[in-house]
Design a binder for this molecule. Structure first.
Ligand SMILES: Cc1cc2ncn([C@H]3O[C@H](COP(=O)(O)O)[C@@H](O)[C@H]3O)c2cc1C
Ligand SMILES: O=C(O)c1cccnc1
Length: 337
């Protein structure tokens, strides 16, 4: 068990390791010696340098990349906030196990080891519009489950989720953490129409009215609004940081889960993370801005399951292939400008 109490989680966040600045400088210098005009590989260059800083090696690798998907159920589905019924969460977990979901195909393609962890699907969270979704002990338990999925030899992580109703949980968490009106954070999720989205905003307003802005610390935030799968993602992201493992956050929900770690203004808690893609769920753009992060790709995806993270991994592999494999001007005998 890594996280023993709320105070412990706060203490860990107050004492996080930074990236290795010296190695980052070496990787940056290498980029500028490779046989291309400096900067011409754009974001492929910055992502390779970012990976180098966190892995602490000039030539970073993804040899043991993991895709960690967590599943949980949400009491707030009683409020009619999703276009799909709660049983789909468990049915999709079975689909993941059988290899039939989008994330199965994408992990094969991106060479990521997929682990799906369902957390007490038969014990949904409490309805967050009526009071806290979970106790802080529930949150700590789920955070520890998240942390425990990281293998000894892991060098790269993508996080994702499955949980009918969790765009509502994510939106409420964002409103509690960053403020703004409910319509700023809600969207169609799996496919609500305009009336459905307006109703969802009312439910989120009710949650904040009932619970107040519970943004004092990550555990309280996740207890108020998060699902168990969001807490597990937060635990995995924090445990990865303690080991300086770079993490790719999937769409709106995964980013919201990780954003809980920035409670009390600690945006640097997510310096070891990159947002894979800009979700079509409208709150994601606002969340990315609030976190001062620019998602790597924008393909209009809005699935979850870590699907965007797996697609972004293909781009990151391209970044590492060029960074590690290209010849320098000196090696290739090419004249510098
Ligand atoms: C078949 C199916 C597969 C999914 N895979 C991810 N989600 C996504 O949709 C859910 C969130 O949307 P909402 O808040 O509107 O319920 C999450 O489970 C998320 O991962 C899916 C949803 C469905 C229906
Ligand atoms: O961006 C996401 O994570 C997302 C959006 C809609 C539905 N499920 C997930």
């Amino acid at each position: 068990m890594i996280f023993s109490s709320t105070a412990h989680v706060i203490d860990i966040i107050d004492n996080l390791p930074a990236a290795n600045g010296e190695v980052k400088n070496q990787a940056y210098a290498r980029q500028n010696q490779l046989t291309k005009p400096p900067g011409s590989l754009g974001k492929l260059e910055t992502i390779a340098v970012w990976m180098a800083g966190w892995q602490g090696v000039e030539k970073p690798v993804i040899n043991n990349g993991q895709c960690l998907v967590f599943a949980g159920n949400h009491g707030v589905v009683a409020q009619n906030i999703s276009s799909f019924p709660a049983e789909v969460t468990g049915q999709m977990v079975a689909n993941f196990a059988a290899g039939g979901a989008a994330i199965n195909q994408l992990c094969d393609e991106a060479n990521l080891k997929l682990t799906v962890t369902d957390i007490e699907l038969d014990r949904p969270t409490h309805d967050l519009s009526q009071g806290p979704a979970m106790t802080e002990d529930d949150v700590l338990e789920a955070m520890n489950i998240g942390a425990a999925q990281i293998a000894e030899d892991c060098d790269f992580i993508v996080v994702g989720e499955m949980g009918i109703g969790n765009t509502t949980a994510a939106a409420a968490l964002c409103m509690a953490r960053f403020g703004g009106d409910a319509p700023r954070w809600v969207g169609p999720g799996t496919g609500l129409d305009d009336d459905g989205v307006a109703h969802k905003a009312k439910i989120i307003e009710q949650a904040i009215d009932t619970q107040g802005k519970t943004d004092a610390n990550p555990v309280a935030l996740l207890a108020g609004f998060g699902g168990r799968e969001l807490a597990a993602i937060a635990g995995a992201v924090l445990a990865a940081r303690m080991r300086s493992i770079p993490v790719i956050l999937d769409g709106f929900i995964s980013t919201a889960a990780a954003a809980a770690l920035t409670a009390d203004g600690k945006l640097d808690a997510l310096d070891h993370t990159v947002i894979s893609h800009m979700s079509a769920e409208p709150g994601h753009l606002r969340l990315a801005v609030a976190l001062r992060k620019q998602p790597l790709i924008d393909l209009g995806m809005r699935l979850g399951e870590a699907s965007g993270g797996a697609v972004a991994t293909l781009i990151i592999r391209a970044a590492l292939a060029t960074h590690n494999g290209m010849a320098t001007f000196a090696e290739a005998g090419v004249s510098e400008g």
